[in-house]
Design a protein around this ligand. Structure first.
Ligand code: ZN
Length: 305
């Protein structure tokens, strides 16, 4: 079910990729994707993950310029790949193969219920070297609008389900469904020393009826404005699976590097109960490798899945 991938060769991405690669070439010719002077197509297909970025979650950092002042301390033309809403038994394995073909590592924000239903696939994501984060138990449309206790339960149950399915290989990373945050749940997460992930560059792959070409073009246009950042994808969307090889190829052609985000510090313990919030560990590390995030009032985008 999960074939090994030889990263020394060319990616085996299926016939559909060629069509999209042609599309990218058209964009390049049209000047939409202006190549950097240093970018070179002969760098080899498999550039791989450039470096590992450790995130110290001790202070509950809020990460991602889409919502917060702070984000990861990435270099110019450096991106982080994140995938929400999986694991999907059909599409997530395809995404894993595509990532393997380009030898890049990502962070998967899993839905607890889906992780519980597909523990083998959850473990396979770990085995391929990716990072796991929590995206709630059942992916409610808006945690912000739920009673706070119910919201906490969503976070806690999601954590426990992914923790169990992954045999403990879960980072203290949380991303709200729909990026629909609340102050009380932020405090709950920060008390538990979770990093709260938003994004820097959205790809719109969640939109109904969006085409792969539109995702690709929009992603690169937004990325060009920032020059770096955390990209937000959804690995349960067929159109994203269609677009992803071309996006990774486009990143390579334009000289972008892919960084892999991992948590700093010891492994997590199972989340015993809501009541244990008051018993959070006290020996906190003091350094956060990314930019400091400070609490701000902001509008929350409920539109994202
Ligand atoms: Zn989601």
């Amino acid at each position: 079910m999960f074939p090994q991938v030889d990263c020394s060769g060319s990616p085996q991405l299926g016939a559909g990729v060629n069509v999209l690669q042609k599309f990218v070439l058209r964009l390049l010719l049209a000047g939409t994707l202006a190549l950097s002077s240093s970018a070179s197509a002969d760098q080899g297909t498999c550039r791989g993950t450039s470096r590992v970025v450790e995130v110290d979650t001790a202070n509950g950092p809020k990460i991602g310029k889409f919502q917060y002042p702070g984000t990861l301390d990435l270099g110019l033309r450096e991106v982080v790949l994140t995938f929400d809403d999986g694991p999907d038994p059909v599409l997530t394995p395809k995404v894993l193969d595509i990532l393997d073909a380009y030898c890049v590592k990502a962070t998967f924000f899993l839905v607890g219920k889906a992780a519980e239903a597909h523990p083998d696939l959850t473990l396979e994501i770990v085995r391929r070297g990716h990072t796991l984060g929590n995206h709630s138990w059942s992916h409610p449309r808006s945690l912000r609008r739920m009673p706070s206790a119910k919201g906490r339960l969503e976070i806690e149950q999601g954590f426990n389900a992914i923790y169990t399915a992954s045999a403990g290989a879960l980072a203290p990373f949380f991303r709200y469904p729909g990026l629909s945050e609340s102050r009380s749940l932020n405090k709950f997460l920060q008390d538990r020393q979770f990093a709260i992930f938003s994004s820097d560059v959205n790809t719109d792959d969640w939109r109904k009826h969006i085409k792969a070409e539109t995702i690709i073009k929009g992603t690169f246009q937004r990325l060009q404005q920032r020059g770096k950042g955390i990209l937000l994808f959804h690995d349960d969307r067929p159109v994203l699976v269609e677009a992803l090889p071309t996006i990774l190829e486009g990143l390579k052609l334009r000289g972008y590097k892919v960084a892999h985000v991992v948590p700093k510090g010891p492994r997590l313990e199972p989340w015993a109960s809501d009541r244990s919030v008051a018993q959070a560990p006290v020996d906190k590390p003091s350094v956060y490798s990314g930019s400091k995030a400070t609490p701000v009032a902001h509008s929350t985008p409920d539109a994202l899945p």
